[in-house]
Write a protein that binds this ligand. Structure first.
Ligand code: GLN
Length: 460
């Protein structure tokens, strides 16, 4: 099959799969891209982009009614990089509205269904991208990760989810959520493609002042699964808050295999009060930053405009009709945290909690190469599951610990760990800043240990 046929086959599969799992917001005609194809590292690879990544001349809605007509006049930095590498975008994928959420139930087009079980969630917020890689439509799809939005759906969909170091990939042209936590991330089905992809996406961009000048390494050439002598810390607080024995057993089996490969593995505990404060601190910081970032979505500067008798009423009507209930709730919380009288008590207090958590994790990673834990307590929840207790340790710690990767900015990656009731569940590793070489190498050792590589869920 030549490249053109391969790309059109992927597009066709995306359409068929989409009828089952509702993962796509907008299909992209690949004709022009195929006519201008570059012979780069991803030559002819069909890919999908989360719909908060700006694509010149192609609608970019972030799954929000507010942006349903928004057509960017420029490409995001990562889109330029992908074009230079010869990748071909075939669709824009569904997501939780404005990337806020972990279920993908809040997209304006309805939920993305899990390719392994259509009664379950894909996870979010990058659920459409995770599900398309999982169902074998594309080998690579981009997402964004502010709290765990790549690494959690990766766990639920049985794929690899990578969130590199803060600043490693430019966010220019990615609709923001919370700027101090936002990262570009991506999904693949094996570590090799994951390592190659970072070579393409990483690098300094003057349009994103947080992007790093640090040289981009040749991760795919440096791939090596020898973990003899590597020091790995088991994230004990997470293990203690797991309620699912099958997940614990599966994780223990993996640890035994990694020990057999020569790694030194020990348990490490962090301050439990800090761990329980992690999610509340995250919500405060992210909602405050989101309320500020999205103040321009008012129907005047950006967004679908509603009627009103004056500018104030236009803004109120536009924002009330344009956003779903979860977004409105978060903007209220964020604005409240930013009131002058609340800033010290709430926003800055949350930033202090963040700093204390970062210091604990840094201290741990000064001694160890990597921190490891199951990515979640369980497989993907059922679509109508309302049973979660958001104040339980299990929820606060086991379901949300990957926020640590965003607080610290450290590189973090989820890989398939095993199956429970025929549905996948992942394992997560977090490493020192800019230690992506070790991330892929330890990832490769995990991939070899589990044997879970190139998994495809049969949807069609
Ligand atoms: N679930 C988290 C939230 O709702 C993470 C979102 C993300 O990483 N974009 O904020």
């Amino acid at each position: 099959m030549n490249i053109e046929e391969k790309v059109y086959e992927a597009l066709n599969n995306a359409k068929l799969v989409n009828e089952k799992i509702n993962a796509v917001i907008n299909f992209v005609d690949p004709k022009e891209q195929l006519e201008n194809l570059n012979e780069g590292k991803l030559y002819g690879m069909p890919i999908a982009l989360k719909d908060n990544i700006s694509t010149k001349g192609i609608k970019t809605t972030a799954a929000s009614k507010m942006l349903e007509n928004y057509v960017p006049i420029y490409d995001a930095f990562v889109v330029k990089k992908l074009k230079e590498a010869g990748a071909v975008t075939i669709c824009k994928t569904s997501m939780d509205e404005l990337a806020m959420g972990g279920t993908n139930l809040t997209a304006c087009i309805g939920p993305v269904l899990n390719p392994y079980d259509l009664k379950r969630m894909s996870g979010g917020s990058s659920g459409g991208s995770a599900a398309l890689v999982s169902s074998g439509v594309v080998p690579l799809a981009l997402g964004s990760d502010t709290g765990d939005s790549v690494r959690k759906p990766a766990s639920f969909c049985g794929v690899i989810g990578v969130k590199p170091t803060y600043g490693r990939i430019s966010r220019y042209g990615v609709i923001p959520y919370a700027s101090s936590l936002d990262h570009v991330g991506y999904f693949t089905r094996n570590v090799k493609t994951a390592s190659l992809t970072l070579e393409v996406l990483a690098g300094r961009d003057d349009n994103d002042m947080t992007s790093s000048f640090k040289e981009v390494e040749e991760y795919s050439k440096l791939l090596n699964s020898d973990i003899q002598g590597k020091k790995i810390a088991i994230f004990k607080n997470v293990i203690d808050s797991l309620t699912n024995q099958k997940t614990k057993d599966m994780f223990n089996d993996l640890i035994i295999k990694l020990k057999e490969k020569g790694a030194t593995i020990e348990e490490v505990s962090f301050n439990d009060d800090l761990m329980k404060a992690m999610l509340p601190a995250y919500y405060l910081i992210s909602n405050c930053e989101a309320a500020s970032n999205h103040s321009n979505l008012d129907g005047l500067r950006f967004g679908v405009q509603q009627d009103g008798s004056d500018t104030n009423e236009i803004m109120i009507n536009s924002r009330t009709k344009g956003f779903g209930p979860l977004i409105r709730k978060r903007f209220v919380i964020g604005s409240y945290g930013l009131f002058v009288e609340n800033q010290d008590r709430l926003f800055r207090q949350a930033q202090k909690v963040r700093r204390l958590i970062v210091e604990e994790v840094k201290e741990c990673l000064d001694k160890y190469d990597c921190l490891i834990a199951p990515a979640s307590n369980d497989i993907a929840p059922l679509l109508d599951d309302h049973s979660r207790d958001e104040l339980s340790d299990h929820y606060l710690i086991a379901e949300n610990h990957m926020v640590i990767g965003n607080f610290t900015g450290y590189p973090s990656m989820t890989l398939p760990m095993g199956f429970i009731d025929k549905c996948p569940i992942g394992v997560n590793i977090t490493l020192k800043a800019f230690d992506e070489v070790n991330m892929f190498n330890i990832g490769l050792a995990i991939e070899e240990s589990t044997g879970l590589k190139d998994l495809v869920a049969k949807v069609i």
